[in-house]
Design a protein around this ligand. Structure first.
Ligand SMILES: [Ca+2]
Ligand SMILES: [Ca+2]
Ligand SMILES: [Ca+2]
Length: 175
């Protein structure tokens, strides 16, 4: 069973992804998310970005109850998340794809402003990142490296620790 904390954490991401707010993730939600990303992404190939975003869809769809409703519910997403501990390679693969999408200027690291753009795009609204960025920047050099990002990404999807910086990689938790 997912803990209350995991439900809250993943629930926030779920609501951000559920573009039409009907409580189910569908292919249309992923297309909307991809469009939101394409609108901000500077140097990144828009097709590549779209394929990162929409690439999540088949994974989630496969976990959805066969013959059930048309979309993927939060409970189904949580079930996928519970299985991710056994899928470390798949999780770090998505981390790398996301990292490349966020690294807008392609210098191999994520700056504070690139991270801010990620959170704003993800949530669809301006969001404060001044508190969280320094916690994610583990060695304090002002940038997130691929390893730092991978650590946080894995923690977000596979961990259950309210004190881990990675729990806030998508920004502060909302209710
Ligand atoms: Ca939806
Ligand atoms: Ca960069
Ligand atoms: Ca760093």
């Amino acid at each position: 069973m997912a803990s209350e904390f995991q439900r809250r954490k993943v629930g926030g991401v779920f609501r951000a992804m559920d573009a039409d707010g009907d409580g189910l993730l569908t292919q249309a939600d992923f297309q909307a998310l991809a469009q939101r990303w394409t609108a901000v992404a500077g140097a990144v190939d828009p097709e590549r970005l779209a394929s990162v975003m929409t690439g999540w869809w088949p994974v989630l769809r496969a976990a959805s109850v066969p013959g059930g409703d048309e979309g993927v519910s939060l409970d189904e997403v949580l079930r996928v998340v519970e299985g991710l501990g056994d899928m470390a390679d798949a999780v770090s693969g998505t981390a790398d794809a996301m990292f490349e999408a966020i690294d807008l200027n392609g210098d191999g690291r994520i700056s504070r402003s690139e991270y801010g753009a990620l959170i704003e795009t993800w949530n669809g609204t301006p969001s404060a990142t001044d508190e969280i960025f320094p916690r994610l920047d583990l060695d304090g050099d002002g940038h997130l490296t691929r390893d730092e990002f991978r650590t946080h990404w894995t923690e977000f999807w596979s961990g259950d620790d309210p004190n881990a910086p990675g729990s806030y990689v998508f920004g502060a938790l909302t209710e």
